[in-house]
Write a protein that binds this ligand. Sequence first.
Ligand SMILES: NC(=O)c1ccc[n+]([C@@H]2O[C@H](COP(=O)([O-])OP(=O)(O)OC[C@H]3O[C@@H](n4cnc5c(N)ncnc54)[C@H](OP(=O)(O)O)[C@@H]3O)[C@@H](O)[C@H]2O)c1
Length: 218
Amino acid sequence: MSKVFIIGAAGKIGRRLVRRLADRGHQSLALHRKPEQRGELQALGGTPIAGSLLDLDAQGLAQFMSGSDAVVFTAGAGGVGMELTNAIDGRGLELSVTAVKLAGIKRFVLVSVFPDALRGGRVSEGFENYIAVKKQADVRLVETDLDWIIVRPGTLVDTPGHGKVCADVAISYGNVSRDDVAATIVELVEQPAVNRIIIELTQGDMPIGDAIRRLVRR
Ligand SMILES: NC(=O)c1ccc[n+]([C@@H]2O[C@H](COP(=O)([O-])OP(=O)(O)OC[C@H]3O[C@@H](n4cnc5c(N)ncnc54)[C@H](OP(=O)(O)O)[C@@H]3O)[C@@H](O)[C@H]2O)c1
């Protein structure tokens, strides 16, 4: 059984992850920022921890994380403006990396973004900034000596997962259900042999467990 600290636990991927970790017998510490999210996170099988990336300092966040086997960062500003994107997807990630190091935790899974998102379409200045901030977060994490994994999902959809994905270091762009992203992160938590790798992720035809075991052999 692993203890997993989730940053962004009340989000659409985060909630699915809390439930799937509980289903597999893992414990999750679920960082959330609104009091009304507490009950749902508990009902999903997580241990809610109230706190915001905008208010916490690295020491405080490290104390919350203490004793965890892995940290998953799936927080994001959700397109509400460049300032908040910079603060949460950017500086929030940096704060989390510092806290993970202070807490002595090695394994860090970052939910990032597929760099080709919306390529060829008309994108706003805010979206360009979002992609740049996410890329800089990837760079920041890769520079560390943590056992990092960067997951770059394609466009996220809420349709039920199929339990099958395409996952590799470079794949063609596509959609992926949040269910399947959460299921992939659970497999990664259970597969420490996969680390220091960037994984692009879309819907596909390989069972998730097989797709992750295939990455072990890389
Ligand atoms: N949309 C896409 O197609 C797409 C594609 C690839 C990657 N991604 C990335 O995937 C990740 C997760 O996606 P999702 O659909 O699960 O997003 P989501 O539902 O918006 O979840 C993001 C979570 O981050 C939390 N958060 C925001 N500010 C915070 C703060 N100051 N402190 C702590 N937590 C904070 C939010 O809290 P609240 O619940 O309180 O708002 C929310 O629970 C995001 O990083 C996103 O950039 C998205």
